[in-house]
Design a protein around this ligand. Structure first.
Ligand code: UT7
Length: 332
């Protein structure tokens, strides 16, 4: 059976935080942020909005795009790095808000690679015949985990959500190959140390800002610049395709220079890589689905196009999916 993306949607909070706003908050400059990261502005959720809210908005758009209703969905997988709380899973909060009755729902914690892991996982349930339609969401509000006095991290991230609906497609279409990888050896390079059972919230953890993102930027940069081309090559090999077959590479948006380095290493035209980091910063698990949704809404993806989704992030994790777009039996 072939499994593909039959619907896609995204949601960005309306509040914009520009580099110029950040200049007033920390010792940074629009010039530094733009040239070192490619980011001009990012979106931030309002205080009374949670990631289940933005996840629901993205999910509704993906369902609409698929021509489906929540009653048609058999499973929800929500990838995130900023779960609304430790327990219950954010996916269960989303399930309730979407009005689903008892369909299973679980969270996928795989760093910024979460969407790739979740798409790969969701597809397996359809391929085995267990479920017909799976809703996969990537949603993050990492603004809630930023130390707004740390210029090395607070300029990088933004909030957002993206979603895809997976379902059966015509033979030859859909997901052609997957590639997943992880190395816990790099776990300390990118993390939020406190808030879990290993370091519950205490006055000390709060004072030391251990509930905020800590990142060894240079090390993660080097890892990402290696992981992106490696996953790209590996997933293409599994699909028996080459870069020449690919219409668009849709990478996780962490830093424009990572994408430049990766494109050079792959020897691929930089235009083949989709970029929207300038507007949204690093939206973590949401970034790939947001970029995919924007491409689709701009009518830039056509039946039969080969898309390569590729992510990397905390864990360390990395991975990719190759998808032949279209072949939707009902809706496209
Ligand atoms: O989605 C998860 C994956 N995350 C990533 O892929 C992020 C990967 N890492 C990066 O994107 C980059 O390493 C950063 C953007 C985080 C940092 O860029 P960099 O070119 O590696 O800068 P750096 O850390 O080597 O810092 C260079 C200088 C330092 O000053 P000195 O020591 O040379 O005087 C920093 O203190 O830039 C300084 N700096 C800043 N200056 C102005 C760091 N952050 C800022 C800032 N504004 N916001």
């Amino acid at each position: 059976m072939s499994v593909g993306i039959v619907g896609v949607g995204s949601y960005l909070p309306h509040k914009i935080l520009t580099n110029f706003d950040l200049e007033k908050m920390v010792d940074t400059s629009n010039e530094w942020i733009r040239t070192r990261t490619g980011i001009s502005e990012r979106r931030i959720v309002d205080d009374d909005v949670n990631i289940s809210d933005i996840a629901v908005e993205a999910a509704k758009k993906a369902l609409l795009n698929a021509g489906l209703e929540i009653k048609d969905i058999d499973l929800i997988i929500l990838a995130t790095c900023s779960p609304e709380m430790v327990m219950p899973s954010t996916s269960c909060l989303v399930q309730k808000k979407l009005g689903a009755k008892t369909i299973p729902a679980f969270d996928m914690l795989a760093g910024c690679t979460g969407l790739i892991y979740a798409i790969t996982t969701g597809a397996q349930f359809i391929e085995t015949g267990m479920y017909k339609k799976v809703l996969v969401i990537g949603a993050d509000a990492l603004s809630r985990h930023l130390d707004w006095t740390d210029r090395a991290t607070c300029v990088l991230f933004g909030d957002g959500a993206g979603a895809v609906v997976l379902g059966e497609v015509e033979d030859g279409y859909g997901i052609l190959s997957n590639y997943l990888a992880a190395t816990g050896a790099g776990a300390e390079l990118l993390r939020i140390p406190a808030g879990g059972s290993g370091m519950p919230a205490t006055e000390e953890s709060f004072e030391k800002k251990l509930h905020c993102i800590q990142m060894s930027g240079g090390e993660v940069f080097k890892f990402a610049s290696r992981a992106l081309p490696q996953a790209t090559k590996a997933v293409l090999k599994r699909a028996n395709l080459t870069l020449a077959d690919v219409k668009y590479i849709i990478p996780h948006q962490a830093n424009i220079r990572i994408l430049e380095t990766a494109a050079k290493k792959l020897g691929v035209d930089f235009n083949k890589l989709i970029k929207n980091i300038d507007k949204y910063g690093n939206t973590s698990t949401a970034s790939i689905a947001i970029a995919l949704d924007e491409l689709q809404r701009a009518n830039k993806i056509h039946e039969g196009d080969i898309l390569l989704l590729v992510g990397f992030g905390a864990g360390l994790t990395w991975g990719a999916n190759v998808i032949k777009w279209g072949g939707n039996k009902k809706n496209r």
